[in-house]
Design a protein. Structure first.
Length: 84
């Protein structure tokens, strides 16, 4: 069985996404933020001649992957920040 969550990332559109499976939403947020920080570093240091990317978090339910609701992500983020 797959992990219950995964981060998808397209480093340069129109490439296909790659996926990183993770055990929970807090871990997904860490991976998602790390990829975002890396892309921002590349942008700020002009690593790529042009720039267009996309990413998100998905959960596996009822036999398929679907994007995690933005509200659910905001609740998890608020909870993490409150406990930090």
């Amino acid at each position: 069985m797959s992990a219950p969550y995964r981060v998808w990332h397209i480093p340069q559109i129109p490439m296909e996404a790659f996926h990183v499976e993770v055990p929970d939403l807090p871990t997904a947020l860490i991976v998602w933020n790390a990829l975002s920080d890396y892309d921002l570093f590349q942008f700020e240091n002009r690593v790529k001649p042009d720039y267009s990317n996309a990413s998100g978090i998905q959960e596996f339910a009822e036999g398929e992957w679907s994007d995690v609701d933005d509200y659910e992500l905001q609740v998890i983020i608020a909870s993490i920040e409150a406990n930090s």
